[in-house]
Design a protein around this ligand. Structure first.
Ligand SMILES: [Zn+2]
Length: 226
C-alpha cells in the first residue's frame, strides 16, 4: 500500500472516531446506496402527518402534473405526506407553534418512493439537464426516499395564501438558496427556518423549502404513496 493511501485511510479512521460536533449540519445530498426496505417495514416506519394533525396543508406536487417534469411521478398515487415516525411528532409541534401565530405548514413533498427518484433522474437525462444532479438540485439517492426530508412553505391561516418566499417551490437556481433573498422573502424564509430548527430539522442551503431530519437507522423505501 502506498504511503499517501495509508495516510488517507488513517485520517478517515481518525475523523470517524472523533466525537460529532453539536451544531446541526445538513447531510450530503445523496444518501448511501443501501438496500430498499420491504413495504411491510415501510408501513411500520412511515406515518401520514395528517394523522397527527389534520391541519397540515398538503399539496403533493409530484402526484400531479404541476411539477418540474410536467407529469405525475410513479409511486405517487395519493395526496398524502408521509415521514419517518421519529420526525412526525416534531413536525406536528412545529405546526402547533405556527398555528399559535396564525400560520401553518404547507407540504409540497415528504416521503418519496425510490421509483419516483429514478424517474426524476431519467427526466434530467431526457431533457439534457443532468447539470441539476451535479449541482445538487436533484438527488439520485434522495433523503426523501428515507422519509427524512420534507419540502414545505408557510401559509397564512387567515387568508390561506402562501407567504412570499421569493421563488416558487422547485426553482433550481441560486435565487432559491435560502440566504439569497431580501425584504419580506428573506424574513419569511428565516421565519420558516427558525420554526423548523426549533424541532431539530435542518435546512438545505440551496433550497429554502427543503428540510431534513436525522435518525440513527435510516432505510430506503419504495412503497407507493396511497
Ligand atoms: Zn426536498
Amino acid at each position: 500500500m502506498r504511503k499517501p493511501l495509508v495516510f488517507l485511510l488513517l485520517s478517515i479512521a481518525l475523523a470517524c472516531a472523533r466525537p460529532q460536533p453539536k451544531i446541526a449540519v445538513a447531510p450530503p445530498v445523496n444518501t448511501a446506496e443501501t438496500e430498499i426496505a420491504p413495504d411491510a417495514v415501510a408501513d411500520t416506519l412511515l406515518v401520514n402527518v395528517q394523522s397527527l394533525d389534520p391541519t397540515f396543508v398538503v399539496d403533493l406536487r409530484y402526484a400531479t402534473a404541476n411539477n418540474f417534469t410536467g407529469a405525475p411521478l410513479p409511486g405517487y398515487l395519493g395526496n398524502r405526506a408521509y415521514v419517518r415516525r421519529e420526525a412526525a411528532a416534531p413536525l406536528a409541534r412545529v405546526q402547533r407553534d405556527l398555528r399559535s401565530r396564525g400560520l401553518a405548514l404547507k407540504i409540497f413533498d415528504a416521503y418519496r418512493p425510490v421509483r419516483a427518484t429514478l424517474a426524476m433522474v431519467d427526466w434530467t437525462e431526457r431533457v439534457h439537464r443532468t447539470d441539476l444532479l451535479k449541482d445538487g438540485y436533484i438527488a439520485s439517492r434522495s433523503r426523501h426516499n428515507l422519509g427524512l426530508a420534507i419540502d414545505l412553505t408557510l401559509v397564512d391561516l387567515g387568508t390561506g395564501q402562501e407567504l412570499e418566499m421569493g421563488t416558487p417551490f422547485d426553482t433550481f437556481s441560486a435565487v432559491a438558496h435560502t440566504a439569497n433573498a431580501s425584504g419580506l422573502a428573506a424574513v419569511n424564509r428565516q421565519k420558516l427556518k427558525a420554526a423548523m430548527e426549533a424541532e431539530g430539522f435542518v435546512n438545505y442551503d440551496q433550497e429554502w423549502w427543503h428540510y431534513t431530519f436525522s435518525v440513527p437507522n435510516p432505510l430506503r423505501f419504495d412503497r407507493p404513496i396511497r
